[in-house]
Design a protein around this ligand. Structure first.
Ligand SMILES: Nc1ncnc2c1ncn2[C@@H]1O[C@H](COP(=O)(O)OP(=O)(O)O)[C@@H](O)[C@H]1O
Ligand SMILES: [Mg+2]
Length: 352
């Protein structure tokens, strides 16, 4: 990090010197040889021109190749990274092309981009929007806690009411604690404090287990669950993916009416694992678009009493980190489907 400036490429200069020297020497030799054979100045000129042309084309090709590998490729990588940073994704980190001792100017630019992204990531959580949204999200459960705690002080409450108030208090504290957990998780992901711990595991089993956690909730809403899971062993980060399935399923159940349907499918597409979590619930208005994945974004305010709008922001962060893709297809009042493609993770496929 502390080496000053890009290193002067001695090898590059030497190569340049030798190519020019070879081209000139060969041209002179050819000229002398042709002179011995003929006095026709036209023939001599054409032969020497051809030799010079040959070398020009050869060196141009070599230079184009060198440029593509040494200039265009890192420049393209840096361009992509700065585009992501401009879009507010501060999780980008670029890998240098050379070992530390051989860093070129591009490696040093990449390193600076990494430092910049990390610094921006640190302050992201302190943005004005974030503080405003976060405060708003804390305020509601805090007000509930305050009011119900005050009401509980009354001596005239009967046992049933007292129990009901306590339940409300518990729900409010659960909400606060979920909010704090999510904010901490997001913060850690953004600052790369949580890194994927990859291991081999059965993705279909993980999906089935996560879906089972919602059994009671679904029973209460008389929702039917359908699972179509291919038996796949994948190499990925189970702890992070669990957060993803949890959030997608919790949304599916939350935004589906009584008596509705929720489903999970898993299939292999070559080495990719494709997971879809779908429901036939209220759906998402098309104008919502990518805002779905923004922190604190909640589409339908009628559901705002549950959740804090951080779920899909977390999901997106994790999928980006794992190099996957997430897409949504939805029609208002017909349902939604969230599809996640995890790239090159399938290590074993056993068809039932
Ligand atoms: N399965 C779904 N069906 C309909 N709308 C959804 C679904 N999943 C997410 N949404 C919309 O996206 C918004 C953001 O989701 P999320 O980040 O999980 O926040 P939360 O669940 O806390 O509201 C939701 O408020 C909702 O408007
Ligand atoms: Mg949610």
């Amino acid at each position: 990090m502390k080496n000053k400036g890009a290193k002067f490429s001695f090898l590059g200069a030497l190569l340049f010197f030798f190519t020019i020297a070879t081209a000139v020497s060969v041209s002179i030799l050819v000229f002398v040889r042709v002179r011995e054979q003929t006095d026709n100045i036209g023939v001599i000129a054409v032969v020497v021109l051809l030799v010079v042309l040959f070398f020009s084309v050869l060196y141009t090709l070599i230079d184009v190749l060198r440029r593509t590998l040494m200039v265009d490729k890192p420049a393209e990588e840096i361009l992509r990274a700065t585009e992501r940073i401009a879009r507010g994704d501060f999780s980008v980190r670029l890998a240098p092309s050379n070992r530390l001792a051989d860093y070129d100017a591009y490696d040093r630019i990449k390193e600076n981009v990494n430092i910049m992204a990390a610094e921006l990531g640190k302050t992201e959580m302190l943005g004005n929007d974030f503080i405003a949204n976060f405060s708003h999200e804390i305020k509601t459960p805090l007000a509930v806690i305050r009011n119900y705690a005050a009401a509980l002080q009354s001596d005239t409450l009967d046992e049933a009411t007292r129990k009901e108030y306590l339940r409300t208090l518990l729900t409010a504290t659960d909400r606060l604690s979920a909010l704090v957990t999510n904010v901490l998780r997001l913060n850690k992901l953004e600052n790369r404090k949580i890194l994927p711990q990859n291991q081999s595991f059965r993705l279909d089993e993980q999906l089935a287990e996560t879906a089972l956690l919602f059994e009671n909730l679904m029973e209460k809403k008389r929702i039917t669950l359908s699972c179509e899971l291919a038996e796949l062993t994948v190499f990925s980060a189970p702890e992070l993916l669990e957060i993803v399935w949890n959030n997608l399923l919790s949304n599916a159940v939350k935004f589906t009416n009584e008596g509705g349907r929720v489903g999970v499918t898993l299939r292999a597409d070559g080495k990719n694992a494709v997971v879809t979590v779908w429901d036939d619930g209220c759906g998402i208005a098309p104008e919502t678009g990518a805002r779905l994945f923004d922190k604190f974004y909640q589409g339908d305010t009628s559901h705002a009493s549950e959740g804090n709008g951080l779920g899909l922001a977390l999901v997106k962060k994790i999928i980006d980190m794992l190099g996957g893709e997430i897409t949504v297809s939805s029609k208002p009042s017909e349902g939604s489907a969230f599809t996640i493609v995890l790239k090159s993770v399938v290590t074993e496929e056993s068809r039932a």
